[in-house]
Design a protein around this ligand. Sequence first.
Ligand code: FAD
Length: 581
Amino acid sequence: MSAYQAPLKDMRFVLNKLAGLGEVAKLPGYQEATPDVVDAILEEASKFASEVLDPLNYSGDQEGSKFSAGDVRTPKGFRDAYRKFCEGGWNALPFEHEWGGQGLPKLVSTPVQEMWKSSNLSFSLCPLLTQGAIEALLLRGAEPLKQAYLPSMVAGKWTGTMNLTEPQAGSDLSLVKTRAERSGDHYLISGQKIFITYGEHDLAENIVHLVLARTPDAPEGVKGISLFIVPKFIPNKDGTPGKRNSATCASIEHKLGIHASPTAVMVYDKALGYLVGEENRGLEYMFVMMNAARFAVGLEGVAIAERAFQRALAFARERVQGRDLVGGGGAVPIIRHPDVRRMLMLMKSQAEAMRALAYTTAAAMDFALKTKSKAHQAFVDLMIPVVKGWCTETGIEIASLGVQVHGGMGFVEETGAAQYLRDARITTIYEGTTGIQAMDLVGRKIAREGGATAKEWIAQLKKLDGELAGHPEIRKGLAEGVKALEDCIAFIVGAKDPRVQFAGAVPFLKLMGIVAGGWQMARAALAAAQGTGDDSFDKAKITTARFYADHVLVQAPGLRNTVVSGAAGVMALSEDQFLAA
Ligand SMILES: Cc1cc2nc3c(=O)[nH]c(=O)nc-3n(C[C@H](O)[C@H](O)[C@H](O)COP(=O)(O)OP(=O)(O)OC[C@H]3O[C@@H](n4cnc5c(N)ncnc54)[C@H](O)[C@@H]3O)c2cc1C
């Protein structure tokens, strides 16, 4: 099985030529992100990913996490890897100096996180969830809570979880039932949460659960949900883990993929909890954090696409089958066949397009945070559902193409190709399904503001038109994509019936993703045409951008038609007619 190698050349190209690392490093507090420092971080992260995390990916999948009498044992090697991860300071990378972090921009932590996700998605989920819990505390935690929890969580000694889902409350969190009764300076939390990632495990000395629950007098629906910290061990005054709290793991799920990541059913039985922020504002806080969490899952799509591509490429160079179409001779490696090339190019070009869009969005998040610029924030808000929805859906398609490149060997487990597809499958479900992302995009981000931010973004795309004169196919593809977007936005903004708007929401999200990816590939082709000092890379980038235009961007007019006239078929049948023979 081929080892993961971080695509450092492409990462650096995107950071410097497309996402504007130089400008981000000028923002207050980010001066340490000099080119040398960033290079060193990427090199070290790439070694950790290849040497420590990647070797545990397949074995972790085969062994899985195991549940026994309330405890969970992660697969062999995970504990040691997690210890090294924390000792290396990787857990602290994205956080402020004040709490022991390294205070680096999102744009720098993004490629590093891509490497963790590519090399071992299951492992990467533990620090990801800790990050979410830390952000919640930073956002609204009272000072004593921050002091008690943040240093250990930033260091990775304690990990975090996010407890939203209950059996009856998945996409619709207004249905959350877990109760929180006031008891002096704290609350007693009771209820059941399901699907809690790393809800129980043996990697760290304490687990800090962030739990959504209702106080007895809370209003119905989303306006009555509060956010609580519920530690597995209640911290002592000296910061060590103390008394065991009644927050227990009842079981873990048997899943299609991410076998090494324990997905827990958690039972809270009058567990001691502490309010984060104010009562009844829990969901509002979660919404503030949602951009970061959704972005992180979108990046999982990029990462798994990259890993599946690398695996397929290695296989295609080794597997000998069929003769060359020209030149005769004996059987050749399958990479010589046009159809295998086509699949590999689909994988490569879309992985690169997604990476560029994700990193550019990360840079905008840095600008929005540091400059409080409304324009940057609006762009981030517009792109988050696209990064989440499009990158994860495409990640699955690419992982599936990876299986196809392997032929029968892709369908059996030894090559690892099947694992990427199984692991990728969850990414379009958790942190809001693609349907939920698409409704957010169409409803909140487009219709509600009459398409204003989307139109400003489209104006940027149009400005590229003249510059693309030397790349006619890319120019044409992007122009058609822009036209398709404009038609759809006018349709969405003008639609009177929300069912008509939402019937085409997922195809519209796909269209946005494809065109946003085309925008990035067009910028990449222009940057490569100027020369980066690496001729072979530049030529490959221009060719890849052209391929993307010919094979991916061309889907735009069809998707436009689906959005604009496809609603009729979506809602037409009665529920009984679905079953009619
Ligand atoms: C492996 C794994 C890990 C997870 N980790 C966590 C975690 O750490 N913490 C946590 O709190 N949760 C976690 N989850 C839960 C996850 O976030 C939910 O599964 C997800 O939000 C979807 O909810 P649901 O499964 O109840 O599906 P449902 O909400 O029942 O959705 C079913 C289908 O209906 C569609 N749908 C639902 N409502 C609408 C609507 N209004 N309009 C259109 N379509 C709709 C959905 O798009 C989907 O296709 C995890 C789940 C899994 C499987």
